[in-house]
Each structure stands twice: as C-alpha cells, then as structure tokens.
Design a protein around this ligand. Structure first.
Ligand code: FAD
Length: 336
C-alpha cells in the first residue's frame, strides 16, 4: 500500500503509458505508473511477447517483449515509481487535485491523470466448457503463449478463426508434437499469406484441420488434459488428442471501473480532443487504444505521438502560470 503524489498519474503501463512517462519526464513532470498486470508492457508482453512487430518507426522488426524492454530502458532515467499488480478502481477530485484509489489500497494524489488503459482490464473470451477452470489452473487451457518453448513436445489444439489462431498454428511448427486447428467455418479471418501457409501445412499433413467444428468438451482428470472433443454443426462429435488447448476467441474489453467515472465514451473508449488528448473531464487525458477521436488508428506508433501531445497539454494544467518553451530532445538531452 502506497501513498504517493505526482504531477501525472498514468493508468496503464502498455507501450502508450510507458512512452508517456518519457514525454512527461522531458517536460520535468513527475509521474507514477500503475498497472493491473504484474509486469510492464500491456498487450505487447501479455499477448505477443515473441511476435515481431513491423511498423515501429526505425525498427524494421522488433518482438513485442523486446520493444517493451527498450521502452523500459528509455524511461529509466526518469525514476518513475511503478505500482504493478493493482487496478485503479476509483477517481475523485478535479484538475490540479485528483485522488486515485487502487485495489491494493493505495492513495495516489495527482495534478493530472493520463489514461493509457488500452482495452481496459482485458481478458480472454472463454469457451463455455464444463470443468474449464481446473484446466485453466493447470495451464492445460491457456489464452496466451508467453514462450513457444513451453509447448515443446505437446499435442496442441488451437481453436478460433482469426489471426491469433492461424499465427500460432504456424509459429508452433517444429515445436509442438502435433497441432490441430478447430474452426466453425472453412474461411479464416487472418492475413491472406498466413491463411495460405496454413492451408499448405494442412495439405502436407502437418496440421490437422477440424472444420467445421466447435469445441464441445474437455477430457482428462485432475487438470491434466487428454483430449478435446469437438462437434460439427449436426452434433456429430470426435476427439482430438491434446495436452494443451489454446482457445483464441478474442479479448473481452471491459473498461471496468473507468466506465463509472462519468467520462464521455464512444464504443467503450474515451472520447478526447485530439489537439490535447483531453477527455470530457478537464485534467484527465487519454492516449493509446483507449482514446477515441476521428481518424484514430489503434497502432502503437500513434499511441506514442499521443503521449507527446498529452504531456504538453498536461504541462499547462500542472503549471498554469508558466509558458512552455518547446525544445527538441537533441537540445535538452535526457537526465543523468
Ligand atoms: P495496452 O497495451 O492495452 O495496455 C493497457 C494497460 O492498461 C494494460 O496493461 C492493462 O492491464 C492496464 N489497465 C487497464 N485498466 C486498468 C486499470 N483500471 N488499472 C490499472 N491498469 C489498467 N499494434 C501495432 O502498432 N503494430 C502491430 O503489429 C500490432 N500487432 C498486434 C498483434 C496482436 C496479437 C495484438 C493483440 C495487438 C497488436 N497491436 C499492434 C496492437 C497494440 O498491441 C496496441 O495498439 C497497444 O498495445 C496499445 O497500447 P496501450 O498502451 O494503449 O494499451
């Protein structure tokens, strides 16, 4: 339990929130960074640490985990306290004098709030299967793959029809002992080249395609999975031998307590003025995936730029009597 005060409380330590620490730090605004997850990095670390990202400027390819490690290095000089493993549950006060409450009982005083909460407290859409919890607890059913190596030698069943299902079927080639893909329809909602690669692997007998099938039941005991039973549209069933099931049915986006703070929302995201990234609540800014405005792209690079805009606008709230003189980082340098 912490009692802290800062110029800017940043809610969410995904790439947008992390880079906002840098941008605020360059303007000499003190920050505190809070995240519900136990580690920094948001979606990049929780969902795709080993996948290369190709559209980060000046990085032709960089894995999700590596990008976050570089951001951590970039914000290190600013000594920003990081409160991890706790959700921000409450917000009270006004511009210049906000108080945030967390699930760990912290009280954080901040002059401004920068919301970088992505999709909110995100969690996977779970398949409605009997006994699921025991298999989730043992890791036999998992929604994220942290390291491919964890699945070496395992019989893996992948369920879903989007990019994640197809990408993991490709990425586990040569690692998993066997791979089966379960999908309701013959067509996948995935990048055409990836779908074509999957078709080629299926034709070569390297991936078993269970199509059109849906998950029906899990078989095993004590959390140890032995088979996944699937059913076709007529109810006919078959069993696929499995040690691990990876259901990829997308993320449930739940803003959680943020939805109760009286902010203007559009489709579950916080509407902002893109000139300042300020929300309908003065002194509260939103950046990254959670921000909504015309032309918004949910891309990391846009979240980075929004952090710079929000930091400059927050400066005016923290220092109402001081003019901000714009300077390049090449002129200012970084601390220490
Ligand atoms: P997030 O990364 O979602 O982080 C938000 C953080 O806020 C989370 O850690 C969450 O725990 C925390 N949080 C939420 N609510 C609270 C609360 N109340 N209290 C405390 N903490 C809270 N983008 C690209 O630009 N290029 C790509 O190639 C690319 N590939 C992708 C591949 C996949 C499989 C996925 C899933 C996404 C991909 N993206 C890509 C999208 C990119 O990851 C997101 O745009 C980016 O992560 C958004 O960053 P963010 O910081 O806004 O939010």
């Amino acid at each position: 339990m912490e009692t802290l005060s800062a110029d800017v409380a940043i809610i969410g330590a995904g790439p947008a929130g992390m880079f906002a620490v840098f941008e605020c730090g360059m303007l000499k605004l003190s920050c505190v960074l809070i995240d519900a997850l136990d580690e920094l990095g948001g979606q990049c670390v929780a969902l795709y640490p080993e996948k290369p990202i190709y559209d980060i400027p000046a990085h032709p390819a960089i894995e999700g985990g590596a990008l976050i490690a570089r951001l951590e290095e970039q914000i290190a000089p600013f000594d920003c306290p990081k409160l991890l493993g706790r959700q921000v549950t409450g917000l009270s006060g006004r511009a210049g004098d906000f108080t945030l409450a967390t699930s760990a009982g912290d009280a954080i005083k901040a002059k401004t709030v920068l919301l970088a909460a992505g999709a909110g407290a995100f969690g996977p859409n779970r398949p409605p299967l009997e006994g699921l919890a025991a298999y989730e607890a043992s890791g036999a059913v998992r929604y994220y793959v942290r390291k491919r190596e964890d699945l070496r030698g395992k019989r893996v069943v992948i369920a879903g029809g989007g990019d994640s299902a197809v990408d993991w079927a490709l990425a586990l080639q040569g690692i998993a002992a066997s791979i089966a893909v379960v999908h309701r329809r013959p067509k996948f909602r995935a990048a055409p080249e990836s779908s074509a690669q999957l078709d080629a692997l299926a034709a070569a007998g390297k991936v078993e395609m269970a199509i059109p099938y849906q998950l029906h039941a899990l078989h095993g005991a004590g959390g140890k999975l032995e088979a996944v039973e699937v059913a076709d549209l007529d109810g006919a069933t078959k069993k696929l031998g499995a040690d691990v099931l990876l259901p990829f049915f997308g993320l449930a986006m739940d803003l959680g307590p943020i939805a109760e703070w009286g902010l203007d929302l559009a489709q579950g995201r916080v509407t902002v003025d893109p000139a300042t990234m300020q929300s309908s609540l003065p002194g509260l800014f939103a950046v990254g995936d959670i921000a909504a405005y015309p032309g918004k792209l949910k891309l990391i690079l846009q979240g980075f730029a929004e952090g710079a805009v929000a930091a400059h606008a927050a400066y005016g709230v923290v220092n109402p009597d001081k003019a901000l003189h714009f300077e390049y980082s090449t002129t200012k340098g970084v601390p220490g």
